[in-house]
Design a protein around this ligand. Structure first.
Ligand SMILES: [Zn+2]
Length: 148
């Protein structure tokens, strides 16, 4: 088997792809290449805790939430519910190096998404993990509060 070398590069501000509204992934669409590129960038970054597809050069609705060495891949993520309780915390973004911003976000969310095998799933996320998911979902709509 020929080994494919991953050459995906992290997209940095002011790359216009960071402003793109990403398209939903189709039911039969294979996004394994996109996920491979994203994992390559995320696992090679020292500080990244999440990544959205446009940061890897793809305008598809795919995010990865990383925490404690575990990676949750979410295809077509949708915010289903969120808490009224919010917290303000400092955030960073790999695509906006050197910047940070204190952002108010719900402390608890439920995110619906598709798995790589096509099945639907949802996850209740708290605190830092909820914040990562919300940050990455923003990217899919061409937004990043850290960079605004
Ligand atoms: Zn970001």
């Amino acid at each position: 088997m020929k080994r494919t070398r991953v050459t995906a590069k992290l997209r940095l501000y002011p790359d216009p792809i960071l402003k793109a509204v990403c398209e939903p992934v189709g039911d039969d669409e294979d996004v394994s290449g996109i996920i491979r590129d994203m994992m390559h960038i995320l696992t090679n970054s020292k500080t990244g805790v999440g990544l959205a597809a446009p940061q890897a050069g793809h305008t598809k609705r795919v995010i990865i939430v990383a925490q404690a060495g575990f990676y949750t891949i979410m295809i077509n993520p949708v915010l289903l519910d969120f808490s009224d309780i919010k917290a303000a915390r400092e955030e960073w973004c790999l695509s906006y190096p050197g910047r940070s911003k204190t952002i108010l976000r719900p402390t608890e969310v439920i995110v619906g998404y598709r798995l790589q095998n096509g099945l639907k799933d949802q996850r209740r996320m708290f605190d830092f993990q909820a914040r990562i998911a919300l940050h990455e979902i923003d990217h899919l709509d061409g937004k990043c509060k850290v960079g605004e």
